[in-house]
Design a protein around this ligand. Structure first.
Ligand SMILES: [Ca+2]
Ligand SMILES: [Ca+2]
Length: 232
């Protein structure tokens, strides 16, 4: 009995504290609007233009421990988000795709604003390459927006992943970002072919003789900050 009283008191305070709660699960509302902001937290790793997909729960942009899709391989090696965005056309589980406005420099952020039909897509995935790496990217997948009330935000740190599709040799020939201007995408998968937590770059300063990178290109997780706000 005492537990039940506490539970009731808690639910009452929740209702008082969240007047917008009525918007949750409102089946009469046909669209919902969001802003998605990614802030680059690294010292010297520009982020490639953001890719954002809105989809149902049958889709994942990537799975840790499993092979990257061809689209993610291209994004993670070259920064080109077009193949990931094209999954809207080729995968019936993806309802919407949105691109960022351009490269996101260290300390800067980019914001994408969009409106979606929650019956078509209630989860989102976000990805962007750290361009001074072989195949490093920040990414989140299957973020469920269903319970996000109007005015509420979801904030999280974005881990840096290794797409597992290119060897991390850090050579000038293989780093596409401003540190080198080397090759972007190569269809060879000369790494372990599994998405994993990125071990970080070594750099010439830390003893990798073939590396075109220096200590400023190093990063420790997280690589970016993600904020999602529901506006309508
Ligand atoms: Ca790699
Ligand atoms: Ca490759």
């Amino acid at each position: 009995m005492k537990f039940r009283l506490i539970a009731i008191a808690a639910s009452v305070s929740l209702l008082v504290g969240c007047p917008d709660n009525d918007n949750n699960g409102d089946t009469t509302q046909t669209t919902r609007s969001y802003t998605v902001t990614v802030k680059n937290l690294t010292p010297n790793q520009p982020l490639s233009p953001l890719a954002v997909l809105a989809h149902n729960d049958q889709y994942r942009l990537f799975s840790v421990g499993e092979a990257a899709s061809d689209g993610l391989e291209i994004l993670a090696e070259s920064g080109d988000n077009s193949s990931v965005l094209a999954e809207k056309e080729t995968n019936t589980n993806v309802g919407y795709s949105f691109s960022g406005t351009g490269v996101v420099l260290p300390g800067n952020s980019d914001t994408i604003t969009f409106t979606i039909d929650p019956t078509q897509a209630s989860l989102i995935s976000v990805a962007s390459m750290l361009v001074n790496t072989n195949d490093g990217f920040v990414g989140e997948t299957q973020l469920d927006l269903t319970s996000l009330a109007v005015g509420a935000s979801l904030n999280m740190n974005m881990a840096v992943w290794d797409s597992g599709t290119e060897n991390n040799d850090e050579s000038a020939a293989s780093i596409p970002g401003p540190a080198a201007g080397g090759e972007g995408f190569n269809s060879a998968r000369d790494d372990n072919n599994r998405v994993s937590f990125h071990a970080g770059v070594i750099s010439l300063d830390d003893g990798l003789a073939t590396s075109v990178l220096n200590a400023t290109h190093r990063f420790l997780n997280p690589g970016a900050r993600l904020s999602i706000t529901r506006t309508e």
